[in-house]
Design a protein around this ligand. Structure first.
Ligand code: THU
Length: 138
């Protein structure tokens, strides 16, 4: 395993499990996310859809907002999974929201058998928008 990244087995399992709680009656596309804090705590999220489609919230943002609203600011890694055999890649909006808390966050993009691709948020969203000075490459 690449030592640059933590062992993601537990985080990957948590994302696959969170996927089962998705509320996705419109797309039928279930997504689960699991976010690891610097202290080792895991917050999970699933996608939550709405009759007014644009109000849907992605699994990654649900996990992040749960964590931030509990006082967390320091994140190490995120795993995101769907039912697809394709690796589940965070959408552009989620990349921007995740990057708010650090470009170095490790993202495990998981498929339905638990295999994954790994990249940092900075790699997924280079030259992101920021109002905070000196935060590029944070
Ligand atoms: N979705 C996520 O939860 N995360 C992503 O990064 C991409 C898309 C959800 C939103 C919607 O409920 C379903 O997947 C289909 O777009």
């Amino acid at each position: 395993m690449n030592n640059k990244f933590p062992d993601p087995a537990g985080l990957v399992r948590a994302a696959l499990s969170a996927r089962t709680r998705a509320y996705a009656p419109y797309s039928g596309f279930r997504v689960g996310a699991a976010l690891l804090t610097g202290e080792g705590k895991i917050y999970t999220g699933c996608n939550i859809e709405n009759s007014s489609y644009g109000l849907t919230c992605c699994a990654e943002r649900v996990a992040l907002f749960k964590a931030v609203s509990e006082g967390e600011r320091n994140f190490k890694a995120l795993a995101v999974a769907s039912d697809s055999q394709e690796y589940c890649s965070p959408c552009g909006a989620c990349r921007q929201v995740l990057a708010e808390f650090g470009d170095r966050l490790t993202v495990y993009m998981v498929n339905n058998t638990g295999e994954y691709l790994v990249k940092t948020v900075g790699e997924l969203l280079p030259a992101r928008f920021s109002l905070l000075r000196d935060s590029a490459g944070e």
